[in-house]
Design a protein around this ligand. Structure first.
Ligand code: PMV
Length: 298
């Protein structure tokens, strides 16, 4: 069985595309997949009731991504891959990367190919590239590896260690968005107003560095404050929606240590940091339908 986790970027999304560090966690929810040798190449995606074949020229990104994945296996037999997606799509939880990691993991298993999770992450980047032209690599890496880690483009992943688990509540705004469009929007802002956007990235980098120390020290009060500040900077880059802002405000008002949007923004998910599991379950009620609790150990 192949598996790709969903991920939550705690701090640093968008800036990570432009070379700044980010901190993310892998979550237990994700995508499972199975591959068998068959007569023709097929990818079946449940619960979406979608069956497609590889097509490098297609307008459908999943068909292009499947073609890119299969191209990694020269001389292979035809493969029938079934994936079960347990993540909302276009919601900032790294759904597309999780599908890619699960599909490659399943194909590796069917063909008896052994590689480490980091090698699997690297292979899945060709899948991610189909979905947006300039992926930082954080989604496929966290999807394959999990845990809590500091990621920076072209550098080795740095797992973070702490003996205090993180209790997160993830809330879905109900609006989906396109990572490609949101990344392009930040790229345009950087081009048009380099001073403002570079300052925003520098601010985010300082928050990420302090958050690393806070996580390692188990100081979740400080971490919560850093999350709030990162949310404000992301708002200044026009990545938040009214709905995401309202949800973050509601979580803070209900006692969360901090709350912020996560992932590409323009919709999708936010998360809140809770002091402990009971509190996380209480906040889940505040964040409404689709909210769920995760506990992550660093
Ligand atoms: O919204 P998601 O799950 O696709 O996350 C995107 C994260 C970005 O930093 C905005 C893009 C990237 O490639 O790192």
């Amino acid at each position: 069985m192949g598996f790709g986790r969903g991920k939550v970027i705690l701090l640093g999304e968008h800036a990570v595309v432009h070379g700044c560090p980010a901190i993310a966690v892998g979550i237990e929810r994700g995508v499972t997949a199975d591959a068998i040798v068959a007569e023709r190449d097929l990818l079946r995606l449940a619960p979406w009731d979608l069956t497609l074949g590889p097509d490098a020229e297609s307008d459908e990104p999943l068909e292009r991504a499947f073609a890119a994945a299969l191209a990694l296996y020269p001389g292979r037999p035809a493969l029938d891959v079934s994936a079960l997606v347990d993540l909302p799509a276009g919601a900032g939880l790294g759904c597309s990367a999780a599908i890619g990691v699960a599909v490659l993991d399943a194909i590796d298993e069917a063909l008896g190919i052994e590689r480490t999770r980091l090698e699997l992450a690297a292979a899945a980047l060709s899948w991610e590239r189909v979905f947006h032209g300039n992926p930082s690599g954080i989604d496929n890496t966290m999807s394959a590896v999990g845990g809590v880690a500091l990621y920076r483009r072209d550098e080795a992943l740095r797992p973070l260690h702490s003996n205090k688990p993180l209790h997160l509540v993830i809330g879905y705004s109900g609006e989906s968005s396109s990572t490609k469009d949101m990344v392009a929007s930040v790229g345009r802002q950087l081009e048009n107003d380099p001073k403002r956007v570079t300052q925003a990235f520098e601010g985010i980098e300082v928050l990420v560095r302090n958050a690393k120390l806070a996580i390692e020290a188990g100081d979740h009060i400080a971490l919560g404050q850093l999350l709030d500040l990162n949310h404000t900077i992301l708002s200044s880059l026009m990545l938040c929606t009214t709905q995401l802002d309202d949800m973050c405000r509601a979580a803070r008002g209900a006692g969360a240590l901090g709350a912020k949007m996560t992932g590409a923004g323009g919709g999708g998910c936010m998360f809140a940091l809770a002091t402990k599991r009971d509190e996380a379950l209480r906040l889940q009620g505040v964040l409404g339908e689709g909210a769920f609790v995760v506990e992550v150990s660093a």
